[in-house]
Design a protein around this ligand. Structure first.
Ligand code: AMP
Length: 394
């Protein structure tokens, strides 16, 4: 039985977010609708979720001691990882001491590392994946590329959002890919995965929620990536019934193996009726931001319910929808968005601005959401709205 106390009193139900980006901000808001006390943690000040949380801490979340100190001090009811770059072995220890990690400390640990999750999916669960090899140094990398063949995709095992990732299309790309992987990984230089290039028809995120009433899958989300970073997503992605069934089977197998309560973003490639597992995040997914307009319960609202041990008996789908990331280039600590009135002129359009305090290079600063009679029209509407947005880096 779920019981929720009063925030800022000894009876409070406390959620500690490890990672305070735009996804964490929405989770924080949804938890607060239930009267949960929210503590936001991240490596920099004024991160989006910190701006709406009850309290916040700035620490290096890869520093196990710093992470444990905050958690032991706060004694949260639930610890909710929002990013991959966390000292997950510390979460495993804390779980053993009785803390509740979402969905499980093992899930956070395995999904932080491309090798661990790939071996679980391919070698233990026998799910279809791209061919792959791992390499620790340049010599092993060259052998791995030879074995997998060109074209192939190279990624640091500790990375996300396209950091350090590149495609080897010709022999000339091999050295570039190695250097890129050694500079772009989360933990600096080190082990990489070399994957066979999958010439997919489309790729999907299947949001899957494990909750106290069972496992529920949302309609598939299609998305478009640029350099490993999502730019547009839409829901539903049309799929053949055979492919959809295969996607459901894969999502069920991997989420059952990870366990716990919460939402998972299961990423897959689809070629005709064939479905290939790519990766899984045991938390809301960036491509799933489209659910803020497409469903009565967004992926964040669903996550909040699930982590609190509440059931999700029904999710109402509102209709074909799209999201478009607002990615801004520059070097600044002040961004100003204008002409928002024009952006919102058309019916069925919404905008979220994340309030991120700094851009160095390029950064996702907001998202435009649109709903229409078809996915194509929703994407066009989001694009029209986006074109009207005026962005200035001061
Ligand atoms: P990931 O960080 O592994 O999700 O990769 C980011 C994006 O790169 C994916 O969403 C795909 O668009 C692309 N990608 C990754 N791996 C492969 C692959 N083996 N073949 C083709 N495209 C890939």
């Amino acid at each position: 039985m779920t019981r929720i106390g009063t925030p800022l009193t000894p009876s409070a139900t406390k959620a500690l977010l490890c990672g305070s980006g735009e996804l964490g901000k929405e989770v924080a808001l949804e938890l607060q609708r239930y009267g949960v006390e929210v503590i936001a943690v991240d490596r920099y000040q004024n991160a989006p979720a910190m701006q709406v949380a009850h309290r916040s801490y700035v620490i290096n979340m890869l520093d196990a001691d710093a992470l444990k100190e905050v958690i032991l001090k706060e004694q949260p009811t639930v610890i909710i990882p929002e990013v991959e770059a966390i000292a997950t072995p510390a979460l495993i220890q804390l779980e053993q001491q009785g803390f509740h990690v979402i969905p499980t400390a093992k899930a956070a640990f395995l999904t932080m590392n491309r090798e661990a999750i790939r071996r679980l999916a391919a070698e233990e669960l026998h799910l279809p994946t791209a061919t792959y090899r791992f390499a620790d140094n340049y010599g092993q990398f060259i052998s791995a590329v030879k074995e997998i063949g060109i074209p192939c995709v190279v990624k640091p095992i500790m990375s996300s959002s396209g950091h350090g990732q590149s495609v080897v299309k010709t022999e000339a790309d091999i050295d570039i890919a190695w250097h890129c992987s050694q500079e772009g990984g989360r933990a600096g230089a080190g082990r990489v995965i070399v994957e066979g290039f999958v010439n997919f028809d489309y790729e999907i995120t299947l949001l899957t929620v494990r909750h106290s009433g069972g496992t529920t899958m949302l309609r598939p989300i299609g998305h478009h990536q640029v350099n490993g970073d999502y730019r547009e997503s839409w829901q539903p992605q049309q799929m053949s019934s055979i492919a959809l069934q295969k996607a459901h089977d894969i999502a069920l197998a991997i989420t059952d193996a990870l366990g716990g309560y919460g939402i998972f973003g299961v990423e897959m490639f689809v070629c005709g009726d064939n479905v290939i597992f790519s990766e899984v995040s045991p938390r809301p997914h960036d491509t799933g931001m489209v659910t803020m307009i497409s469903q009565d319960l967004s992926e964040f609202a669903i996550h909040a319910r699930a982590v609190l041990g509440l059931p999700v008996p029904e999710i109402f789908f509102r209709g074909p929808s799209a999201s478009k990331a607002i990615v801004v280039e520059g070097n600044t600590t002040e961004v100003v968005f204008s002409n928002i009135d024009a952006v919102l002129e058309e019916e069925g359009v919404q905008i979220r601005l994340f309030g991120k305090p700094k851009i160095e290079g390029h950064r996702r600063m907001g998202v435009i959401l649109a709903t229409a009679d078809t996915v194509e029209h929703a994407l066009e509407k989001a694009e029209r709205a986006y074109k009207k947005l005026d962005i200035k880096c001061l």
